[in-house]
Ligand binder design. Structure first.
Ligand SMILES: Cc1ncc(COP(=O)(O)O)c(C=O)c1O
Length: 378
């Protein structure tokens, strides 16, 4: 059976990347690694929109999240956490693990946070040191208004804005220096079109000042140590060499396509998916502020969406994801980020139509496909 991976991480890999990574491994302290790192560093800065270094960690994205907490805060510090899904919840859990007092702004799943709520919370407690958000909350398919939140936090000298851009970087604009994002994170297995295993973190000058006074314990994820090393085209510990070689190829392709084109491609693919789902009578889970990385869709009334996901995977070879926690059984999610084109959208929409037909849902067969095609032909 031919397999299609339409999940919000890991995402599909380009054959050119696979070939690069299949080459004999090189040694990271040997001269041949230096030009690889030099090129990767420059292109990561382009991707993140920053003049500062983008640190490369051998970890999944959560490693960079944990590092963002431990490298900038001290025991007992207060932080605002925007919790609108599983990954917002993760910020709270990391804060708890390190004795940070998390002031949680709960956001209904599928909704975006209102920046005015963050402003109010910061005015009430000006000693808050950090605001933790997701640019795109993968568990609900909602996008938070990062730019507007950055406008709020920029004015607070004693507070940094930490953005989990794990399904945002390389999907929609998050120019960190221009917007005033203090820490921006991502992982390799999303829009960077690589296997899991690399996490990235970039810090603003303001965030680097926080690092100087942060007292939380840290060892492996030591951003200062990594910053010193990367300036010498190295990492503090053994890097995931093959992934970095793959990254060099991926970033070259991304630069060739250009960020604006990458963002508009994702926008079109996402719109086609959303409209395709609506055309067969399904409702979106995050209709007001949808993320261009992943579309979360309610299943038909009374149908366990686990059955849709299972049918797509087992009978069609198309891997989608279901809902988590409170959304389990109620939604399914189709990703459209990274190495993804219009035909991948058609695979996703068609698979859903096949599955729904087989599960007895009544709708005009092909209506979703036709609508998606209409948008993709724009
Ligand atoms: C928005 C977001 N944050 C954090 C994570 C966690 O990243 P990882 O599983 O790479 O640790 C994910 C993974 O799906 C994510 O989508």
């Amino acid at each position: 059976m031919k397999r299609y991976l339409l999940t919000p991480g890991p995402t599909m890999l380009a054959p050119t990347t696979l070939l690069e990574m299949a080459k004999p491994i090189i040694h990271h302290r040997a001269p041949e690694f230096i030009p690889v790192m030099q090129e990767v560093r420059e292109n990561l800065k382009y991707l993140f929109g920053t003049k500062n270094e983008v640190l490369i960690l051998a970890a999944s994205g959560t490693g960079a999240m944990e590092g963002a907490v431990t490298n900038t805060l001290s025991p007992g510090d207060k932080a605002i956490v925007v919790d609108g899904g599983k990954f917002g919840e993760r910020w709270t859990n990391i804060c708890k693990a390190y004795g940070i007092e998390a002031k949680v702004i709960k956001v209904e799943w599928g909704k975006a946070v209102n920046p005015a709520d963050i402003k109010k919370a910061l005015e009430k407690e000006p000693d808050i040191k950090a605001v933790f958000i997701q640019a795109s909350e993968t568990s609900t398919g909602a996008m938070h208004p990062t730019k507007e939140i950055a406008e709020v936090v920029k004015n607070c000298d004693n507070t940094i804005l930490v953005v989990d851009g794990i399904t945002g970087v390389g999907v929609f604009p998050l120019p960190m220096d221009e917007w005033g994002i203090d820490i921006l994170l991502t992982g390799s297995q999303k829009a960077l079109m690589l296997p899991p295993g690399l996490a990235f973190a970039a810090l603003s000058d303001k965030a680097w000042k926080f690092v100087e006074s942060a007292k939380l314990p840290r060892f492996y994820f030591d951003y200062k140590k990594e910053n010193k090393n990367i300036k010498e085209n190295q990492t503090a510990y053994t890097p995931a060499v093959s992934l970095i070689v793959g990254l060099q190829e991926v970033l070259r392709r991304m630069k060739e396509e250009g960020l604006d084109n990458i963002f508009s491609r994702h926008d079109k693919l996402a719109r086609a998916t959303r409209e395709g789902m609506k055309a067969i009578g399904l409702k979106l889970f995050a209709p007001d502020s949808p993320s261009n990385a992943v579309t979360a869709v309610y299943g038909p009334e009374g149908m366990d969406t686990g059955k849709i996901v299972k049918y797509c995977r087992d009978s069609l070879g198309v891997t989608l994801t279901g809902g988590q926690d409170q959304a389990k059984g109620k939604i399914f999610r189709i990703a459209h980020l990274g190495y993804y084109d219009k035909f991948d959208v058609m695979v996703g929409v068609t698979a859903i139509e096949f599955a729904l037909k087989s599960l007895g849902y009544k709708f005009a067969l092909g209506a979703g496909v036709a609508k998606a095609m209409e948008i993709l032909s724009e």
